[in-house]
Design a protein around this ligand. Structure first.
Ligand SMILES: [Zn+2]
Length: 420
């Protein structure tokens, strides 16, 4: 579902087609002009990078830490378009929070003139140097100034637009990675390749995206600010992770919740804010928060009632993501009889020649059902996907077989009408 094909000719009930990878035949019933919803949970190791394609709109949620996302976009997903010297436009980029494993991989992409951007959204919490002598005196933390009202501590410093960082940039009061990122934004904007950088909170509506014949909506459920301040969650790390941008994507009858790196304290903060309306969190698929860390609560999972879960995590890190108890609870608190949990780390493998096969998790939906799949470690000629159908009515999942288009006897590499 969701793969572009170029129809070369019709033979009875079959089309002879071209795709990015193969030529072959496909039944007429399996071809539609409606591309549906496509979500790619890209394997960037320890980190998040999610590409969403709906109609002609491209949305990125986070960009990982290293060059993995850029490699995937330029050498795989959009390689065909780039080889035709086309610019790659992303309508929206959402950075859930400014931890390196969510945005540092974007710096190189934003600096690359082959890419153009609409709006880059963020949660408004900037990163300052830990050197107290360099950052402004009133900034008592590396996230800025905190204040106490009664017993509650708040982070007061935040930015609606990263252009307003002003003097802090020239004074190098910013943390190094964040400084490089802000410079990249400045360059892209001066070159006319970026429209704006704005803050997303639960008080801001995501732009309306019109998809013909479908209901499509992105709701912003977090971060939740109190009088324009952020609640301080114990320490700097818990505060910046906890106030991740939290998004619920709705496409007709199906929904997906993207949780950034939320933790148990911030889950409770959100549940309190939506008291009496926690049904708002109910979603068919959850992108589990914080790479499946053990810092999560049962109340939030009970509110989400997921049918399936996706975890984005990497090997060779010191955190043991995903944690054994998170995996157990994602299954236990799912409303499916046979819950499915996908993880980029579990999908990644090394083939017989010692080459890494990256563990991308694929989601496709027609607005009624959701298909989740990862590539098999060893593919047979006709079946390369390990796939599951998330049934909206029963909440159960079952394995389905996706059959690769049969190769035509004679492939004519004429002009390709399709896009990968
Ligand atoms: Zn993270």
């Amino acid at each position: 579902m969701g793969t572009w094909v170029g129809v070369k000719k019709q033979i009875g009930n079959w089309y002879e087609i071209d795709t990015a990878g193969n030529s072959g035949f496909i039944s007429k019933n399996d071809v539609s002009s409606d591309m549906g919803l496509k979500v790619f949970f890209i394997d960037v190791g320890q980190g998040d990078a999610i590409l969403i394609e709906i109609g002609k709109i491209r949305i990125l949620i986070d960009g990982g830490e290293d060059s993995s996302l850029k490699n995937y976009l330029t050498k795989s997903h959009f390689q065909y378009l780039l080889s035709k010297e086309k610019k790659l436009h992303f309508d929206y980029v959402i950075i859930t929070h400014f931890d390196s494993d969510h945005y540092s991989g974007l710096t190189d992409i934003i600096n690359d003139s082959r890419f153009t951007f609409g709006t880059i959204y963020h949660n408004g919490i900037a990163r300052f140097t830990s050197d107290k002598k360099i950052r402004p005196k009133k900034y008592n933390t590396d996230l800025g100034e905190t204040i106490k009202t009664g017993k509650i501590q708040y982070l007061k410093t935040s930015f609606d637009n990263l252009n307003t960082l002003g003097n802090l940039k020239s004074n190098h009061g910013l943390q190094n990675n964040f400084y490089s990122f802000v410079k990249a934004l400045e360059t892209a904007q001066s070159q006319g390749r970026l429209v704006d950088t704005l803050r997303l909170t639960n008080k801001v509506s995501f732009p309306i995206i019109n998809i013909p014949n479908h209901k499509f909506k992105i709701e912003v459920l977090g971060p939740v600010l109190i009088n324009n301040n952020f609640v301080w969650f114990k320490d700097s790390s818990k505060t910046r992770n906890g106030h991740s941008v939290v998004l619920k994507l709705i496409y007709d009858d199906v929904s997906i919740l993207f949780c950034g790196d939320m933790n148990e304290l911030s889950e409770q903060h959100l549940l309190n804010n939506y008291k009496g309306n926690t049904v708002i969190f109910e979603s068919d698929v959850i992108k589990a928060s914080h790479h499946g860390s053990p810092d999560f609560g049962i109340d939030f999972l009970n509110a989400v009632k997921p049918k399936a879960a996706v975890i984005s995590s990497g090997d060779n890190e010191s955190y043991s993501h995903p944690s054994a108890d998170r995996l157990g609870c994602l299954g236990k608190y799912s409303v499916s009889i046979k819950p499915v949990i996908f993880a980029t780390e579990l999908a990644r493998s090394i083939n017989r020649s010692g080459k890494i096969q990256f563990g991308m998790i694929n989601l496709r939906s027609n607005g009624k059902d959701i298909y989740l799949a990862q590539m098999k470690e060893v593919a047979t000629d006709v079946n390369i996907w390990d796939s599951y159908l998330v049934n909206m009515n029963t909440g159960t999942t079952k394995a389905i077989k996706l059959i690769k288009a049969k190769k035509s006897i004679k492939t004519n590499k004429s002009s390709r009408k399709s896009k990968p």
